[in-house]
Design a protein around this ligand. Sequence first.
Ligand code: BGC
Length: 811
Amino acid sequence: MKYGFFDDQNKEYVITTPKTPLPWINYLGCKDFFTLLSNTCGGYTFYKDAKLLRMTRYRYNDTTPDTNGKYFYIKDGDTIWNPGWQPTKTALDSYECRHGIGYSKFTGSKNDIEAALVTFVPVDDAVELTKVTLTNKGTSKKDIQLFSYVEWCLWNADDDMKNFQRNLSIGEVEVVDSTIYHKTEYRERRNHYAVYSVNAKIDGFETSRDEFRGAYNGPDKPAAVIAGKLNNTICSGWYPIASHQINISLEAGESTTFVFALGYIENAEDDKWEAPSVINKKKATALLSKYQTAEAFDSALAELCSYWDGLLGKFHIASKDEHVNRMVNIWNQYQCMVTFNMSRSASYYESGIGRGMGFRDSCQDLLGFVHLIPDRARERIIDIASTQFQDGSAYHQYQPLTKKGNSDIGSGFNDDPLWLIAGTSAYIRETGDTSILEETVPYDNDMSVATSLMEHLKRSFDYIVNHKGPHDLPLIGRADWNDCLNLNCFSEHPGESFQCFGPSEGPVAESVFIAGMFVKYGREYADLCKLTGDNAEADRVLAEVDKMIAAIEKDGWDGEWFVRAYDAYSKKVGSKECEEGQIYIEPQGMCVMAGVGVDDGNAKKALDSVKEKLDTKYGVMILQPAYTRYHLELGEISSYPPGYKENAGIFCHNNPWISIAETCIGRGDRAFEVYKKTCPSYIENISEIHRTEPYVYSQMVAGADAKFHGEAKNSWLTGTAAWTFTNISQYILGIYPTLEGLSVNPCTPAEFGDFNVTRVYRGVTYNIAIKNPNKVQKGVASLLVDGQEIQGNIIPFDGSKKTVNVVATMS
Ligand code: BGC
């Protein structure tokens, strides 16, 4: 069952009922100012940091789902309704929500009034704009009222939910004409405030939530709206809000338009006031004056759309498969930008007050983002590396505003260092910019011990060399990629963190997954060494890689698949010897991607075992058999009911690893089968089962052991976006950036047919036609570059050209 449809022409998903199984959201904002916006106008806004600079309040775990948003109420006689249905939930005569690329549109109608909202954040300004168009579709005059509504969050969203003894006394606002200024804490330690304004004369305003709603009403029954009159209250403490009232008369067929602006302003410390206790509004006035007309709104929206057209045009496919075209050209790349911006911090499942930026998460997000805006990827790499410790280990997370490591969680996740190599290598393969390796980068933000970024990569690599266990495999520490496989922690009491409890140094648990990563990213590091002329280091690295391969072959192979790990007692995890959890997906994907077992047939055996033991119609599960009891020695993984999350769920993030691994052994049919199973567009018509948005990936789909097999959770912020884009663009479609130039080496299903890719790479546009006359799954027999046949798969980079035309014939 579907709740809408894709409109590919406009790059939109059109939702045709407000009653989607879960809120289906969109993200507005490209750089610093962000809004999460659901299909019923729920959501919230923040500047840079969802925890520290939260502008509007959202309510988690409330009795009604998706509570609080930026609402518009229309009062038409005794009928009060919202164009996005929430919060009054008055039945609408028509409803439509179009989530587009960086904007959303809502159209609702009731009793001959149509309300059309368009909302977005301009490319370069810290403001959310909403154009509200009201049209009288009837045959007689209508007198109606429009009320806006936002509830301010008192900036620190964590404190806002906990510290009522203070917070209920600090709220402050100012109102001038049609602009409401939220200035809580501005008097002392803050130099920023928020504004909510409309480009029209208003008939009233409200800044006190209790006055607006009435003490015991919810936002569905706001007393002031029911009364048809806002009371012009200047709030003092309690719950500050912003609401405008506009009384409107519309003749039959007549329309009227308003532009609302919700903005963030920062003033210099010595320029905060225009008079005692009166905030300096110069910047706010300047910002608002830019968006006073519908024309200004439209042209800023057009600018946003062309900005996105430029970005999405960097990789474009035309094939006969509409799902692939749609996901690759639009939604997958869009989600990659969102995960790059948010890491795992702010979604409808990540509260924005918990995790900041993840070290491994952000490094992996780069893989799907780097081709879009390489300069921002560069900056991010430096930020991430700046939180690394001198011994090569890393803070697991850092806060986006301060860019400082988060000491609550600390370090000890032993895969983290290698992801820095992955991200940096991807950046250099994309851009050719080796100057990044010479950048001076601090450790733990301490400039006095800074070294080159290249030295950071060396320390990342050596962290693994220096932390091996009894089988010469890497020590796992608190966890590797699988945050829930906590082999050293032994947490027995509720409330303890599964990861942070117990020691991370000392115990001997080892990870075959990290071993696979070490081989893959060790080789990529060696390539960087060679590129920069350090052959001795490259030789040393490759010798270490060979030792690791030997260790995997000796103790990391279980006969039919790769072992997952060794626990603190040096017992195997993910082996046929285990009672539960005999096979895990991660080492099968990572070891084969690293090339381990490709020549001796073990890769094929491992992937056949994955198919036999882990596959389901909704995707490949993370492990089998599921853990049915809590294993103290394994940690959080066994705390989930069977089939959910890391305990035998379908963790979408590592499905592309299997798909990529299949391309490494040339099985295009199977690689694509795995791709399709979790691909949102392919499963749109089971939205009632899948439940999350059909245009983006979710972190997890419940596995075969779960009651709700096929149901997805935690949409949007997942490494799945980056890895899937990497998989489809670089491995299945086979356009892979190398240090020397673009490589063309597709691995598609036999029946996939010919296809064309446009790829902008280091400023040159490659028009690549792939022909597959003999319906093979892999292998390029001839590669014509601007009419000249070249040997091998790599098109040597030539920056003197603007366009390169390529014809690759598979056979
Ligand atoms: C985390 C990742 C982790 C994965 C598997 C995700 O929620 O963001 O860092 O690798 O779970 O545990």
